[in-house]
Design a protein around this ligand. Structure first.
Ligand SMILES: Cc1cc2nc3c(=O)[nH]c(=O)nc-3n(C[C@H](O)[C@H](O)[C@H](O)COP(=O)(O)O)c2cc1C
Length: 228
């Protein structure tokens, strides 16, 4: 399916765009070599029933193992850049003040009960407070709203975020974007920590869907949409 590019991301979190043909066999070869070096570097003593009870890693081979790990992270990053994601703004209300963040790490979870999850980096401002709220809203962006995606992913634009677009509020409920592709208000049910991120699980309470279907997608560091 053709992807029409609209705007290049300036978000420092995602870095510059790279050619999609940059995965070289050399990259995997160096990974494999490092892995072999790593495996050879393991000195094992006493293996009752085939179990390793003691490991020794020389400093030289510890460096090789670290390089293998960094290759893995780099390859994972490259892989993720080839996977298109819908762009969302996740919002909450905190004592009368709206907060929001651009997020692609959003997924439907189940139909019984209707639920979804969002993954938030611990360094994001919203991370500190979302777990204290009863509700959050996931606003899937329309292709027209690339400016909002930029504002909500740039910490310098925090003060301007809710001045762009038409935001609807229902008392202390999370802000809902009137022209979103879809907006889904959820009751926060669970929070799980993994690495640098927290996963917030919400049970769907209300949904609004825009008539025309043309979501904003993010692929290889670029915002775009499907079709012409
Ligand atoms: C396309 C795109 C997708 C993003 N997805 C996520 C995400 O799923 N989770 C996350 O924590 N940050 C994500 N970010 C990064 C945050 O939007 C960014 O760090 C934001 O500035 C954090 O909010 P704050 O400035 O209020 O701290 C994404 C950024 C972009 C440009």
């Amino acid at each position: 399916m053709p992807v029409a590019m609209i705007s290049t991301s300036t978000s420092p979190a995602f870095g510059p765009s790279r050619s999609s043909s940059t995965i070289s066999s050399g990259c995997f070869a160096s990974n494999a070599t490092a892995a072999r070096v790593f495996m050879r570097s393991l000195s094992c003593y006493g293996r009752p029933a085939g179990r390793v009870t003691r490991l020794h890693l020389s400093p030289r081979h510890a460096i090789a193992a670290r390089m293998a790990a960094s290759d893995l992270a780099d390859n994972f990053r490259r892989a993720m850049r080839t996977i298109a994601s819908t762009v969302h703004i996740v919002t909450i209300h905190v004592d009368g003040t709206p907060m929001g963040i651009t997020a692609t790490a959003v997924s439907s979870l189940a139909m019984e009960p209707p639920s979804l999850l969002v993954c938030i980096n611990e360094r994001a401002a919203i991370h500190q407070v979302i777990g204290t709220r009863t509700h959050f809203c996931v606003n899937a962006l329309h292709r027209d709203d690339v400016e909002l995606a930029h504002h909500f992913s740039d910490y310098r634009m925090r003060e301007l975020r809710f001045r762009t677009g038409t935001w609807l509020t229902d008392g202390e409920g999370p802000p809902r974007l009137a022209h979103a592709q879809a907006s889904i208000v959820c009751a926060l049910r669970q929070e799980h920590r993994f690495g640098t991120h927290s996963i917030f699980i919400g049970e769907v309470e209300s949904v609004a869907v825009r008539e025309d279907t043309d979501p904003l997608v993010y692929l290889d560091g670029v915002f775009g949409g499907f079709g012409g």
